[in-house]
Design a binder for this molecule. Structure first.
Ligand code: SF4
Length: 345
């Protein structure tokens, strides 16, 4: 088993990141932050599926001030994402943001940087420096090494002000470059690392790219928080993140679904059952394994480790628990019975 890298521990409100703490799942709202009602609604749905830290975009003063009302209505820590404008950062911190994402090197006014850092220190607000492949300072050629050098420029500013509640991200849209950048970062810095592949595309593309990049890094012990960027409903980001962490044995409270690909031996209508059960299980916070198998020849045996499962017969299925057959269920009752049995687990 791999060893988690030890990074400098950090508290984001009541959530501990870094050190040997568990890997934390983040997502980002896609509502207008100033639309408090819509933003709170989305954050609450994200909390329900397992999001542990939420980031909101701050584009103007109205967004920054909306944070106060949003914070009153949500349970998880909030990160304010700010580009360039230190006044928005000051307002976001005063409104109760638990962390800000800000690259200090992009702000020209040194006094303003000092003011933001002093306030962040006073309010115990962490700062994430986010280096993206596409937004590197023009003095650097695009590469993983350049991302690290660019981060050093920003870190130097914070450290010169004796500020160390820092976390870092090095997202590229290319999974291999992402891996290279984070490996270098883990060697270079001891600050916690927020992992992600940026602009990763739709659900399928992002799940693949993120699994390659983040899976590789997590299995090397690198990464303290993760976000799966998907061009879709952010709820899907959290679900993919949970599945990815569970596959890496870094997360428990989500079900594992075992399902065969089906073949010519199948005699019942299995695929609609898989589809329905996938959605149902995604909303469940239970550490269980559920199997949906095509036929009884291999089904119960191959899925022996499942807590509960079905294997298809002729327009029916057998229900089995830990490899032991319990009963036969007619096709139209399979979903209902499976859900009932899962409720009991
Ligand atoms: S479990 Fe049965 S139906 Fe599914 S792939 Fe295996 S042999 Fe085919």
């Amino acid at each position: 088993m791999y060893q988690r890298e030890k990074t400098r521990p950090l508290k984001i409100d009541n959530v501990a990141i870094g050190g040997q703490n568990k890997v934390i799942i983040q997502s980002m709202t896609n509502t207008k932050t100033k639309d408090v009602k819509a933003t709170v609604k989305q954050i609450k749905s994200l909390e329900d599926v397992g999001c542990e830290i939420i980031r909101v975009a701050v584009l103007d003063m109205e967004d920054a001030l909306a944070i106060q009302k949003i914070k009153e209505a949500i349970r998880i820590p909030l990160v304010a994402d700010i580009h360039f404008n230190p006044d928005f950062a000051l307002a976001a911190i005063k409104s109760g943001a638990d962390k800000i994402r800000l690259n200090p090197g992009n702000i020209e006014d040194e006094d303003k940087i000092k003011e933001v850092v002093a306030l962040a220190k006073d309010k115990k607000v962490a700062i994430r420096i986010g280096i993206n492949g596409g937004s590197l300072n023009k003095k650097y050629e695009h590469s993983a090494t350049a991302m690290i050098e660019s981060a050093k420029d920003h870190i130097r500013i914070l450290e010169s002000l004796d500020f160390h509640d820092i976390c870092l991200s090095f997202k590229s849209s290319d999974p291999i470059e992402t891996i290279e950048a984070y490996r270098l970062a883990a060697k270079t810095f001891d600050y916690p690392l927020h992992l992600g592949v940026t602009e990763a595309g739709g659900l399928l593309d992002s799940a693949i790219k993120s699994s390659v990049a983040l899976g590789t890094l997590l299995l090397e012990g690198i990464g303290d928080t993760i976000r799966i960027s998907i061009s879709d409903d952010p709820l899907k980001e959290v679900i993919v993140a949970k599945k990815l962490l569970k596959a890496c044995r870094l997360y428990k409270d989500t079900p594992t679904l075992i399902a065969c690909p089906t073949c010519g031996r199948i005699q019942y209508d299995m695929l609609p059952i898989v589809k329905e059960m996938e959605g149902y299980l995604n909303a469940l916070n239970k550490d269980i394994t559920v199997a949906i198998m095509g036929c009884p020849v291999n089904g119960p045996q191959e899925a022996k480790r499942a807590d509960i499962g079905v294997a298809g017969g002729k327009e029916s299925a057998i229900l089995f628990k830990k490899g032991e057959i319990v009963k036969t269920i007619p096709q139209d009752k399979i979903i209902e019975v499976l859900k009932e049995e899962i409720e009991k687990l």
